[in-house]
Design a protein around this ligand. Structure first.
Ligand code: FES
Length: 157
């Protein structure tokens, strides 16, 4: 069977449809629903959403791929996003990234074998004033240090 919303998400979709005058305004909420349903957004889900919103699959892909918060391939239970943009680079994000890579034994862009951790390099996380910034799933670690990262990874392991 091809990809489809869960019953719960279909209900949510029908509710959202009543609130928005244009279907394409539902793109971001629907991408979140897909991601929370599967943990990532596969090609079939993008095609499914395009049909539902009367858009092209390429429109959906261009939106989903623009935002670093959307995963277009499976990620671990904990997605560790390290900002690679200027403010964070100047405040040591590259050494934080290397520290995480060494700690987990994987490189950025990879997932541990047990599917527990993924390291992702992302553009600005919008927290430049507290660089270097790392985000694990939805939680920001501001002014991050290797010690802070070690403590958090230790708790998540
Ligand atoms: S440059 Fe890293 S959060 Fe903006």
């Amino acid at each position: 069977m091809s990809w489809q919303f869960s019953e719960k998400n279909e209900k949510k979709f029908q509710e959202l449809l009543k609130r928005y005058p244009k279907k394409d305004s539902l793109t971001l909420p629907c991408l979140w629903m897909i991601q929370y349903q599967d943990g990532w957004i596969c090609e079939d889900a993008m095609k499914y959403l395009a049909k539902k919103l009367d858009m092209s699959p390429m429109d959906i892909y261009s939106i989903a791929s623009f935002y670093s918060m959307f995963h277009l391939k499976p990620v671990g239970k904990y997605n560790i996003q390290v900002c690679k943009t200027l403010s964070c680079q100047l405040r040591g994000s590259q050494s934080i990234k290397k520290h995480i890579e060494n700690r987990l034994g994987i490189k950025a862009g990879e997932t541990t074998e047990d599917m527990k951790f993924t390291i992702t390099e992302v553009e600005c996380l919008g927290s430049c004033g507290t660089a270097p910034c790392v985000c694990i799933n939805d939680d920001y670690i501001q002014n991050s240090t290797p010690e802070m990262i070690d403590e958090i990874i230790g708790k998540l392991k």
